[in-house]
Write a protein that binds this ligand. Structure first.
Ligand code: UD1
Ligand code: MG
Length: 446
């Protein structure tokens, strides 16, 4: 029992076709263009190998170009069901076009944000921008998204969990704060992948698993012809899925808006999965190419784009659990409490071919606050400290999730470490789905 005619799905099949081409193009172009990047001095040494060959870097630029090209060529197909629409005449005699301009502006503003992210990422690869300078740039890149969100009368309410309702009521309007949150989301998504990096395949495998998780989530909202329908209250129990700011369970399963938004998300995620799988083949241990910051920024921005435009930003954040953990753990180093070396990648032991946690050395004794934070972290076995007999901390293992794995699980080789990271990312997604569709039913009503 659908409320509206459902948007046509043939465009989805076209998108799958485009993705297959995108996959093959990436698979072919990345190694072909690699030498050109080395010639342009876009290369780096693999820090965790014995050999010192220059490996082509920023091949994420090729991925971004193929991805954005595919999305651009796809525009007419995304609107194929609307191309035959004419205009209607109002009683006053004015012709009104029925073309879905708002959907088009969602699509175009998303492309614009992706392009800005590509430029930023590439500039970062070429000029090594300081991270505190590059933090605000994705915020600017998200302005087109936010404006379109506003123009669409996007929702700024959140549904208050049952236990807090006596205090806040059932719906809370965050207003401008919601926009602040969404712009921070784009900065977070772009940078958090970039700082969980440095071992072969790490950046691209994170992006791949998050993209697949987003796709699985989108599929739940499509009008499947047979069986397999999630209970309406679960899909609708989140304020993000309703329209125009009025909370009701009326945004039932199969509603046109909802399907359209998740189709939009699929159009952006399917070619991303294709690009990432093609690239991963060449970036897998031992890597023949590096993604550079460009890949991290483009994939991160693509997630922010679909999260914001298809209104599932909170579900999206749940897919970033390992990145959130890594970011929170990194904060003492990012904000200058603990020294932060240029590279925090694990230390490579050439004799055994194993990775060990790398260390940050205190040149002067840490502040009281830093020492307290590190001591607490070491109680929870997040870091290992080297302490002088006088009690002063001399060294700490670097505060990243990769070093955390090595502290907890012991030394391992690079391939095993990236596999551990991937398992953690998949485990995070499984947890995300159970929180979103299992626990959400407990803390929110239908
Ligand atoms: C971020 C991290 C840094 C980490 C680096 C690795 C923070 C604040 N910054 O910096 O700690 O060391 O990423 O990417 O957490 N490389 C490899 N193997 C790989 C991928 C990269 O050895 O699989 C090395 C190469 O030498 C390559 C370099 O890392 O040239 C790229 O580093 P870059 O992306 O410029 O570092 P940042 O993003 O600034
Ligand atoms: Mg980087």
């Amino acid at each position: 029992p659908f409320l509206d005619p459902i948007p046509s799905l043939p465009a989805l099949y076209t998108s799958i076709g485009f993705s297959i081409f995108t996959f093959m193009a990436t698979l072919y172009l990345v190694p072909t263009l690699g030498p050109t990047f080395v010639k342009a001095h876009l290369s780096g040494r693999d820090l965790l190998k014995v050999y010192a060959t220059q490996i082509p870097e920023s091949l994420g630029l090729v991925c971004a170009s193929v991805y954005i090209l595919a999305l651009t060529l796809f525009i007419p197909f995304a609107f194929s069901d609307s191309l035959t629409i004419g205009s209607t005449r109002t009683p006053e005699g004015i012709f009104v076009s029925e073309f879905p301009h708002s959907r088009l502006s969602v699509y175009l503003s998303s492309l614009l944000s992706l392009l800005i992210a590509t430029i930023l990422g590439f500039l970062d690869d070429v000029f090594d921008i300081r991270w505190r300078h590059k933090l605000p740039i994705p915020i600017i890149a998200s302005i087109p998204l936010l404006m379109v969100y506003y123009a669409e009368r996007g929702n700024t309410h959140i549904v208050v969990p049952l236990p807090l309702r006596f205090l806040l009521g059932s719906l809370l309007n965050l207003g401008p704060l919601y926009y602040l949150y969404m712009s921070l989301l784009s900065t977070f998504a772009t940078n958090s992948i970039n700082i969980l990096a440095g071992i072969n395949g790490s950046e691209v495998s994170q992006a791949l698993i998050i993209a697949i998780s987003v796709i699985l989530n989108d599929l739940l909202y499509l009008p499947w012809p047979i069986g397999f329908h999630l209970p309406v209250h679960l899909l609708g129990s989140n304020a993000e899925v309703e329209f125009g700011g009025v909370w009701s369970a009326g945004m039932a399963y199969g509603s046109k808006e909802l399907v359209e938004r998740h189709l939009f998300s699929l159009y952006f995620m399917l070619p991303l999965v294709a690009v990432c799988s093609g690239f991963m083949y060449h970036n897998w241990y031992p890597a023949r190419v590096f993604p550079g910051d460009t890949l991290c920024y483009v994939t991160g921005m693509a997630f922010a784009v679909v999260g914001i435009q298809a209104h599932f930003s909170k579900t999206l954040l749940l897919f970033f659990l390992p990145q959130i953990f890594n970011f929170v753990l990194s904060c003492p180093q990012l904000f200058g409490l603990v020294p932060c070396p240029r590279h925090r990648v694990p230390r490579f032991d050439a004799d055994t071919n194993l990775l060990h946690p790398s260390k940050a050395i205190f040149l002067k004794p840490p502040s009281k606050l830093a020492a307290t934070v590190l001591r607490i972290l070491s109680i929870f076995k997040m870091v290992v400290l080297t302490v002088h007999p006088s009690g002063v901390i001399l060294e700490t293992t670097n505060l990243t999730i990769l070093n955390f794995f090595l502290v907890r699980l012991g030394p391992m080789n690079e391939k095993r470490l990236v596999q551990v990271l991937m398992c953690c990312q998949i485990g995070g997604s499984v947890l995300a789905f159970s929180v979103r569709y299992g626990l959400a039913g407990l803390v929110y009503d239908g």
